[in-house]
Write a protein that binds this ligand. Structure first.
Ligand code: AOF
Ligand code: ZN
Length: 357
């Protein structure tokens, strides 16, 4: 199963809107086939492994990081293919949370006389597809917020200038995280200040770019103008979330409910999940970062901490109005800390249930 998880992780660009899945076929203690899911529409992991194994699949055990599917989607059901190939036993790390499958794959296998088990390395399997799992269970995407900060916790100079706080290895890591996301989210302030492309670049990613993530900009006050680079670069579609249906050439405008020209962020995320967005990477300024955190919508924070001081005249990372006493601070749990070039990378998670307002 550990090998199946390694295989599942292979695609640099996530197989949006599908989960990452790996499969290993073992017969008499020997691996006879391996496969992983490369992209939506391509064969599922099991189909790949069965193709490699050929006749050797008969009598084998399949280790799959996700329950084999039972439905006719873009490809035929894997459960049927495993049965037809004579696989004797199927071990799945987790049940597929997709309501179209949801246990039916394993049930179909069992009904055909295949020995089945599930729950092996389930935590690792869920971590592999946090976005897919969250969208299927909650109808919301997984939100990862990225920050490049000075050692004194600043994200930009007072002018808005922020290029570059971190060094090349950290920026390459950002590209790899972007490749796992289905959408990149920013705010109008950042987009007006930096005029970013918000895209994947093959040279920085170190891999071919087979799909660009959707670009989403929160623009409650309808401040974006038609000259911005991302509206003309022929890249991924741009979705602009506003409180009113005021068109913007080069973008799809999504009119959402909101108060005081501030878009309802939960409504935005729900709409993105409806569009099959599993994972979102936020690369924004203090305004949108603070609003997402205050709304309890941030699942994970990745901080790249650079060995520079920007001074207390520079801008912070989260606008959290009303936060005045230590009893009100937002708490995080740090899950990982490691050096990355001359910078440090921190992975943390907001703790929401302890927050009192
Ligand atoms: C598997 N093996 O490798 C994957 C599975 O429309 P389709 O055919 O691409 O099916 C997509 C759904 O199949 C996806 O939402 C998820 O439930 C499951 N993904 N299942 O048995 C795989 N990628
Ligand atoms: Zn399948």
């Amino acid at each position: 199963m550990a090998r199946a998880l390694v295989l599942a992780r292979r695609p640099v660009i996530s197989p949006h809107p599908n989960p990452r899945v790996g499969c290993v076929l073992v017969r008499e203690g020997r691996v006879v086939g391996e496969g992983w899911h490369r992209q939506a529409g391509a064969p599922h992991a099991e189909a790949e492994a069965l193709r490699v194994a050929g006749a050797q699949a008969a009598g084998s055990t399949a280790y799959v990081s996700l329950e084999p599917c039972s439905h006719h989607g873009r490809t035929p059901p894997c459960a049927d293919a495993l049965i037809a190939a004579g696989v004797r036993r199927v071990v799945a790390a987790m049940v597929d949370p997709n309501p179209r499958v949801a246990g039916r794959g394993l049930r179909r296998l069992a009904e055909a006389g295949v020995d089945t088990a599930q729950g092996l390395m389930v935590d690792e399997a869920e971590a592999l597809n946090r976005g897919f799992v969250k969208r299927m269970r909650e109808g919301l995407p997984w939100v990862r917020l990225k920050l490049a900060l000075s050692l004194d916790g600043r994200s930009a100079m007072a002018s808005g200038e922020s290029r570059w706080i971190t060094a090349a290895p950290a920026r390459a890591d950002v590209q790899r995280l972007r490749a796992r996301a289905d959408a990149l989210l920013s705010g109008s302030g950042t987009v007006l200040a930096d005029d970013p492309r918000l895209d994947l670049r093959a040279e920085e990613l170190g891999s071919e770019v087979t799909r660009q993530p959707l670009r989403v900009v929160v623009d409650g006050r309808a401040r974006l103008h038609g000259k911005l680079r991302m509206l003309h670069d022929g890249g991924a579609p741009v979705l602009v979330a506003r409180c009113e249906q005021r068109p913007l050439a080069g973008a799809e405008v999504l009119a959402l409910p909101g108060k005081n020209a501030r878009v309802d962020l939960r409504a935005l995320l729900k709409e993105l999940a409806r569009r099959e967005i599993n994972e979102i990477q936020v690369e924004a300024g203090a305004g949108l970062n603070g609003a997402l955190l205050a709304a309890g919508l941030v699942d994970e924070i990745i901080v790249y901490l650079a060995p520079v001081l920007m001074g207390d005249g520079a801008l912070g990372a989260f606008h959290l109005p009303g936060l005045e006493r230590m009893s009100q601070v937002r708490r995080l749990q740090i899950d990982e800390l490691r050096p990355l070039g001359e910078d440090w990378r921190i992975r943390a998670r907001p703790i929401y249930h302890e927050v009192t307002t």
